[in-house]
Structure formats: structure tokens, C-alpha cells
Design a protein around this ligand. Sequence first.
Ligand code: ADP
Ligand code: ASP
Ligand code: MG
Length: 416
Amino acid sequence: MALIVHKYGGTSMGSTERIKNVARRVAKWHDAGYQIVVVPSAMSGETNRLLGLAKEITTEPDPRELDMLASTGEQVSVALLALALQSLGKQAVSYAGWQVPIVTDNAYNKARIQSIDDARVKKDLDAGRVVIITGFQGRDADGHITTLGRGGSDTSAVAVAAALKASECLIYTDVDGVYTTDPRVVSDARRLRTVTFEEMLEMASLGSKVLQIRSVEFAGNYRMPTRVLSSLTDPLMPLEEEANSGTLISFEEDTNMEQATITGIAFNRDEAKITVMGVPDKPGIAYQILGPVAEANIEVDMIIQNQSVEGKTDFTFTVPRGEYDKALKLIDGDVKAHLKAAHVMGDAKVSKVSVVGVGMRSHVGIASQMFRTLSEEGINIQMISTSEIKISVLIDEKYMELAVRALHKAFGLEKA
Ligand code: ADP
Ligand code: ASP
Ligand code: MG
């Protein structure tokens, strides 16, 4: 009997009415003969509410206790969904991640899944039960509860699907698939029928919050067929139709010659940049600036170093906005003194906009078209970075939406 994993996000689980609809949909799949494991998120707004409570108590909460707190959101969801399924006459059982167990490393707030024990879940499935497992969490080797980072239920679902060797992982959300860009920013964004794994990985890492990046990595590593689809349709719609809806992440490059050069546009509001001016241009300088940042566990994204003038140069890099204060303090303190830098500047009001597409490999001129479009809108580019299938620019955050719309149009991504 084929096993399918369903994941439902916060909006999909947002009220008891919505949870009843999830139960109806899951029961439909179960009635059709599938074994089903469901991985829900917390009800929408709940994780923010819980983290907000911690903030009311302290500005520097202990990461372990934050995970203890945040993990409760999903625990509420799984129990309510089990009750909803039981009231439809289904046998259903819910588990918290630690009960399965889903074992992670001990990096609180951003833990990585290391292993998933399938024994307990398989036993329930074989006994005809629907199994519901909390998204977003697990436990470390010492039994402490950990969470996987915001949006982490996607990762839980794909990892559970891989561990159980499911035939497919269906990610139900509040949009009906992956679009050329966030449909909340560009109203005529187009839904993609398929997206290659590589493109999805880039889009997720460049800020498209529709899938957490680690879920895409799991899908790639285990070649898990993964589909993004809507939870807001009629839960009793024909199963065949539902099973083919949404966007499938494909593992083969589309051979369709008509395929557009650019597949999508991603953006990330969550950026900040730091510039160190007047540092000596000599070997080891990048290490001396970025070493302490890495040691503080702060991720660095874009980096540029200017041509040196009279042996001195400027060095700029970006960090997640949430880590900006910490990074700036570090650079403006010890690092500046150590390097005898002339000046340290920062700007936390920047955003990154990226164009993504495997078609870029075989087409030239994408960068110049991107830069021309931004220049026609009067948008200044502060930093640029590229890979084989993407070009990213850092711009003033106030032009972010304008840039996304202009590029979406310039690359002809809108609905036909
Ligand atoms: P869930 O709670 O179901 O996990 P999320 O809010 O995490 O849902 O992700 C879905 C949201 O992702 C959509 O509502 C949409 O605004 C946003 N999004 C960003 N980029 C895209 C994209 N390229 N295609 C579809 N949705 C996108
Ligand atoms: N509830 C968690 C969050 O809000 C995990 C998730 O929704 O995927 O980030
Ligand atoms: Mg999400």
C-alpha cells in the first residue's frame, strides 16, 4: 500500500474549522487506500505569539527554553487533528517529535535532523492508523527538545517521508503552488507546473519562503517526489485531480525548448550590510574580518572587497538582519581596533533581489537585462553576486517591491 506524507502549514491549520477540513482531506486519501502520515505546523500566528511571550520576559532568552516553548504550538495542532480524524471514524494517533523519536543535533532554534526511527510509526500504519507527527521539532541525543528554525515543518515532512520511504510528500499550503515570484507581491505571477530541484533550492535559499531550504535539500538528497499544493480547495475534490495539482519539484531539467530563461524571482527583506573602510590590503584581511563573525555563528552572505588605493581597501559583507547588531558590535569593536581600520559603517535597510533559472546556463545577456531594468527604474545596485543559475543584487529596501515587479515584467514571467 502506497505511503504518502501530507504537510499542512499554519494557515491550513488556522482554526478548528480548517482543521476539520484537513481531517476530511486526509480521510479521503485514507479511504482511497493510502497509508497516511500527516505533519502539521502550529496554528497560524501561534509560534510568533509564543516567542513574543518570551520576549516580554527577557530580551536574551535561553535558546533551550525557547525551543521548549515554541515546540508546544505544533503539539496543540497534532492533538486537535487526531481528534478531528477520530470524530470522522478514523483511527488516528499523534506524536511529538521526541516520541518518534526524530533525533537532531543540539543546535537549539536551528537544529538539523540526524535520524528518524520508523519502527513506532510503521507499526501504527500497519494497524490502519493515520499517524500525525509534530512538524518543526525533535530531540537531541540528551533528550532536550529542539526546533528546526522558522518554517521548519516543511523539513520535518520531507525528512519523515524520506525515512519512511514514502512514495510522495505533499506540502499543502495557502497558495496553490510555487509561483514565478511571491503572488502576494506580484498579482499576475504565474504558477509553475514543475520547478527543477536546483531552481527550488536557489529560490528557497534566496528568500522564497514557500519551502524551507532544508526541506528542498532533503528532497534532493533522497530524491523524494515533493509537490506544493493548496489546502484551501474543497477537501472532497476528486483525489486524482488533487494529486496532479500544484507544483511538482522535478529532478530532471525540463527538456522543453520553449522554457523561459528565467524561472522565477526571489527576494529577501531580511538583509543588512557592514562596511569596514581603510583596512590594509594584505593577505589574511578577509579572514581577520570574517573569522570573528563566523565564530559568533553569524552567517555571511555577499562579500566584496574594493581595489586598493595606497595599500588600503574597503571591505563590505552582508548578514541576516536579525544578527546585524551583534555583527556590527563585533566589527566596530575588536576587529576595527585590531586592523586599525579607518571607519565602520552599516545599513540594515537593504534587500536582496535575485533572478533564478537553469536556462541562464545557455543564455547570455541576463545580467545586462537585469541591470538595465533596474537602471531604468532608477534603482541603485549596491552589491552583486552570481552563480551558474542565479544573479542577486543588493538594493535599498524601499525599492524592493518595485524591483521585483519590474524584473518580473522585463523577463516576461507574467500570466499569459
Ligand atoms: P505555510 O504556513 O503553509 O508553511 P508559508 O507562509 O510558510 O506557508 O509559505 C507560503 C507563502 O509563501 C505564500 O503565502 C506566499 O506568500 C509565499 N511565497 C513566497 N514566494 C513564493 C513563490 N515563489 N511561490 C509561492 N508562494 C510564495
Ligand atoms: N510553526 C513554525 C513556524 O512558524 C514552523 C512552521 O510553520 O513550519 O516557523
Ligand atoms: Mg512555511
